[in-house]
Design a protein around this ligand. Structure first.
Ligand SMILES: Nc1ncnc2c1ncn2[C@@H]1O[C@H](COP(=O)(O)OP(=O)(O)OP(=O)(O)O)[C@@H](O)[C@H]1O
Length: 519
């Protein structure tokens, strides 16, 4: 009676399994078919191909298929001995829930694969596991533990996790695994891109590409960086010569796709890094245009700050989205101490000079965030004159080469201070930076969270010095609760400001205003 129904080609076309029904050994969805060669349940042609490739590589599939045993959940047992997949014991369901809760991982969706405890436990290519070790990635971070297996079961994901928690590798690792698997099976010369990562700034794209190269070294995995400011012809030439991953800013990628015929038919993974920024006006239409030129890819979306409107938009991109959240998203990273200082605008320069001249308060290398391009140039010059420190500035009006050179000088320690607009505010992994100074507080609490987050990577302690005055009143209502939650002292002027009224300074709950209150 089902003979006329077409076989499901793609994994995402299959429904979730109901209790008691067979599950696909690759992705956990409804196992509608049986793979002749292995007798395993599978959901689609796509998962059958993955299964057979794994068998060919003498690797068993499905983290979920492994035998379950009860393991103690002390800290020492989080990285358990599971290097010999598939014979690793995994945790029983109640233990998985406890583990997720211990690691601050929340998941929403059907049949989400268990978190992995070691990189070697989910069938990654050996070379990739080796590259991870060489890069110093001894074990996955919590976001990677959950995102990697979920992504490898072809789910579309919306992920929020603290700044500096390793989100980039959580999407790069499955992409590299997917690309090298496809290429190693491919018999044609066709070398069109297999995945696209979009990010809002050139610097961030460049950083993602560098990390992708490190992790994909020695594998059939090449990248193309498609960002403004670099010659388009070179970017086209690189893509024509065969690459697996395009990393780009939306505007330049659209430009390239309009001027040149790039075959995107094999792109099956689409990542939006800093998705809340990419779905804001300005980027949204371009990001959507690129998405629409792909044929129903797996979509993975990441940010440290996500809100309900972004969730709604994300849900409109793809039918079933698995939601993963780790840590304390949409709040500044707990490892960063926030020090808010009330400074009138005309005294801000004097204040920053004082800080930078003080051995006690200045902790270079430091990033200073300002709100305008002119402001970035003027302040960097003023700091140099007043303190004799070497300072560079980075903003959108500089050429790509100038931006690269300034960043290089800062990252290599040639200069100890960079003054930047929001260009360096999101996603940038400024490894040694432990101090940021928000000379101008940004317009939204989300950008605040991202900028403060530059002071800490992977839980290292850092400090954010934040200048505020009455001109920043637009953000007071959101800033005060954030400071309170973090236990940061709130300057008297900020606490007493009429623009802060209605925000409780005590218990953390909002005071109710009567309907007649007008202030
Ligand atoms: N498993 C790991 N072990 C050790 N270091 C890691 C691991 N995963 C990532 N890192 C390192 O942690 C740092 C922060 O990672 P990443 O830049 O991906 O954070 P993020 O979550 O994307 O932050 P943001 O929200 O600020 O963009 C990087 O230097 C990265 O190389």
């Amino acid at each position: 009676m089902f003979a006329d129904l077409p076989v499901k080609e793609r994994c995402f076309e299959q429904r979730e399994a109901l209790p008691g029904e067979p599950r696909c050994v690759v992705c956990g969805r409804y196992g509608e078919y049986i793979c002749d060669q292995t007798d395993d349940d599978i959901c689609s042609t796509e998962c059958k191909t993955i299964l057979l490739a794994r068998v060919a590589a003498k690797k068993k599939p499905a983290v979920r298929a492994a035998k379950r045993v009860d393991l103690a959940l002390g800290d020492e047992s989080i990285c358990i001995k599971d290097t010999n997949f598939p014979n690793i014991p995994t945790l029983a369901d109640s233990r998985i829930t406890a583990l997720r809760s211990k690691l601050d991982i929340c998941v929403k969706g059907e049949a989400i694969p268990d978190p992995i405890m070691c990189f070697s436990s989910c069938g990654l290519p050996e070379k990739l596991v080796h590259n991870l070790e060489t890069a110093g990635y001894c074990m996955p971070t919590p976001v990677q533990m959950q995102v990697i297996p979920a992504s490898m079961s072809n789910r579309s994901l919306l992920v929020s996790a603290d700044t500096g928690s390793g989100k980039t590798a959580s999407f790069l690792i499955p992409i590299i695994a997917h690309c090298s698997q496809v290429r190693s099976k491919q018999r044609t010369d066709k070398q069109g891109p297999l995945a696209i990562v979009l990010a809002p700034t050139r610097e961030l794209c460049q950083q993602v590409e560098e990390q992708a190269k490190v992790l994909g070294k020695g594998l059939p995995f090449k990248t193309a960086l498609v960002v403004g400011g670099d010659p388009l012809a070179q970017q086209i030439y690189r893509i024509e010569n065969g690459i697996e991953l395009i990393i780009g800013t939306p505007g330049r990628l659209i430009d390239l796709l309009m001027k040149h015929n790039v075959d995107l038919s094999d792109v099956s993974v689409f990542v939006l890094d800093e998705v809340d920024c990419l779905l804001q006006r300005g980027f949204r239409d371009q990001a959507m245009q690129i998405f629409q030129s792909l044929s129903r890819p797996q979509v993975m979306m990441f940010s440290a700050t996500l809100h309900s409107e972004v969730e709604k938009m994300a849900n409109s991109l793809t039918k079933t989205v698995t939601r993963i959240s780790c840590g304390n998203p949409s709040r500044p990273n707990k490892s960063v101490k926030q020090v808010v200082i009330w400074v009138e605008s005309k005294k801000k320069k004097q204040k920053i000079f004082e800080i930078m001249k003080s051995k006690q308060h200045f902790k270079p290398p430091a990033v200073v965030f300002v709100s305008s391009r002119v402001g970035a140039d003027l302040l960097s010059e003023a700091i140099t004159v007043a303190t004799r420190l070497e300072v560079v500035s980075i903003h959108g009006e500089k050429t790509m080469n100038e931006r690269r050179e300034s960043l290089r000088r800062f990252l290599t320690g040639e200069v100890s201070v960079v003054v930047s607009t929001g260009v360096l505010g999101r996603g940038m992994d400024l490894l040694k930076v432990r101090q940021v100074i928000l000379f101008d507080i940004p317009n939204s609490i989300d950008e605040y969270t991202h900028q403060v987050g530059r002071a800490s990577r992977m839980g290292e302690e850092g400090m954010a010095v934040v200048f505020v005055n009455e001109e920043d009143r637009r953000i007071f209502q959101e800033l005060v609760p954030v400071l309170k939650t973090a236990g940061a002292p709130i300057p008297r002027e900020l606490a007493n400001s009429r623009y802060t009224v209605g925000v409780s300074l005590g218990s953390g709950r909002k005071r109710k205003l009567s309907s007649r209150s007008h202030l």
